[in-house]
Design a protein around this ligand. Structure first.
Ligand SMILES: Nc1ncnc2c1ncn2[C@@H]1O[C@H](COP(=O)(O)OP(=O)(O)OP(=O)(O)O)[C@@H](O)[C@H]1O
Ligand SMILES: Nc1ncnc2c1ncn2[C@@H]1O[C@H](COP(=O)(O)OP(=O)(O)OP(=O)(O)O)[C@@H](O)[C@H]1O
Ligand SMILES: [Mg+2]
Ligand SMILES: [Mg+2]
Lengths: 255, 255
């Protein structure tokens, strides 16, 4: 039974896309069947996995016409990893989607028929709490929240938690928080250590044990359209995301 | 005559808010009258200037009820710097705003009566090309585009330029690009140097001479609600933003 996980945080640039690309690739390296759905108009998850951003078949067509997702799967360099790409048509989609009755349920209804094809379905969200992110939260079993150890990141998290509670109450009572992931962590700064302490006090055991360090290779690999494990498997970035995949797969076995 | 400048880039986390706070403060330190308008639901510019995010009087009330902006000015620690704050009411504003006829013109019409009170009116935008950013572009004389020297940043800039062209053609023919500002620049990495070369080839003399280096003090000062020049005037971050203010004020004199 496929588990749907959205990677969400309305704060921009906290590592949502970097996390989905490299977590999905690490799971696929462990022979798990994974689907990535790119719900961000920037289409960074699409290009980061080596798929052109201008494909005609994108999540936009599915959201507007309810075209079955199975017709939109695109293969990647990893055998068990597929993606439903995004493109810039998605920029105007929010104003179009709200014209539909029950617009909040469209992604959930698109995923339902293909849920059992995969072990994990990971959804990348844009940096906002708008229509696209709401659709992803309604469609998901769990939310993974990447957080930078910086002040502005800490500030916005209460709005995200309020939105998750609201979605759970009105549309999706199974929605849980899979975990909070610390990203771009630089152990050498006081700021990072202080914010980390703050996050640990606030989120307790929701904070995942794996911490993603700042690692330049993670910034380089998207320009080659490759996840980090196909770009530089020996890097600290690759090691961290492989550990993240192991931790998440272990946690899933227990529940 | 006040010049309205919006700080926009739909890519998240590129330094939009850090730029508006520190550019505004540096201009105010040079005794220029400046107004900051926070159009981001995250309200980071509001808290970064030491104003509580939960103020009842926010840009949301003005956008929805056309309450005159002059009634919403809040003072900051710098005498000639005022702000119209944001709060989380703005999260749902996009769906409410589009119910109004000519929703694209609301911020422009709010700014018109107070334009001459200030030399510069700086508008912070959320990381998207949605209703709030479109309102800001329609209301502006110029756009300042912060860019990180990373691959994903480069990828999204063509969508931003398309949107600027569309706004110029349909709503605001005076909208120009004030410049592209390189932020969080780390001279030691190949990635940053390569992307910088790419940006210089693409944007030529639109790229501002001042480059903002990565500087931990810029990450620390928001937690004290102070711009960098009131937190650590000797830091590289403070020096860079003071230089940026000088460069922009010099360019404005020439035009
Ligand atoms: N651990 C890391 N070390 C170094 N660079 C990183 C790391 N994680 C992400 N980056 C880089 O930081 C930038 C922001 O990351 P990313 O684009 O994944 O964040 P995002 O949350 O998806 O952004 P947006 O809010 O725009 O969708 C990118 O240029 C990425 O390459
Ligand atoms: N030059 C710099 N050196 C170090 N840290 C920086 C610098 N500029 C910004 N930061 C930090 O990087 C993070 C992202 O910056 P900021 O929030 O200003 O970007 P933004 O574009 O406004 O983000 P969003 O897209 O979410 O609105 C913040 O935590 C900020 O403190
Ligand atoms: Mg992203
Ligand atoms: Mg911001």
């Amino acid at each position: 039974m496929g588990k749907v996980v959205c990677i969400a945080n309305q704060k921009g640039g906290v590592g949502k896309t970097t996390t989905i690309i490299n977590l999905a690739a690490s799971m696929a390296a462990a022979e798990r069947k994974v689907l990535v759905i790119d719900m961000d108009p920037q289409a960074n998850a699409t290009s980061g996995l080596g798929i052109p951003r201008n494909t005609r078949n994108s999540i936009y067509r599915a959201l507007i016409s309810m075209k079955p997702l199975v017709e939109l799967f695109v293969s990647t360099e990893l055998e068990t990893l597929k993606i439903v790409p995004s493109n810039k048509d998605l920029i105007g989609a929010e104003l179009e989607l709200i014209e539909f009755k029950n617009w909040q349920l469209r992604l959930r209804d698109l995923i339902e028929p293909i849920k059992n094809y995969f072990e994990f379905i990971l959804v990348d969200c844009p940096p906002s709490l708008g229509v696209l992110t709401l659709n992803a939260l309604v469609a998901s079993d769990a939310v993974l929240v990447p957080m930078q150890c910086e002040y502005f990141s800490l500030e916005g998290v209460s709005d995200l938690l309020d939105t998750i509670r609201r979605i759970r109450a009105n549309y999706n009572n199974r929605l849980e928080i899979m975990g909070v992931l610390l990203t771009m962590y630089d152990d050498r700064t006081n700021l990072a250590r202080q914010v980390r302490e703050n996050i640990n006090t606030h989120f307790k055991d929701l904070v995942l044990k794996t911490v993603i360090p700042r690692n330049i290779k993670l910034g380089e690999c998207p320009s080659f359209g490759k996840p980090i494990l196909l770009y530089d498997i020996k890097s600290k970035g690759a090691e961290a995301y492989l550990n993240l995949a192991k931790e998440i797969l272990r946690n899933e076995k227990k529940s």
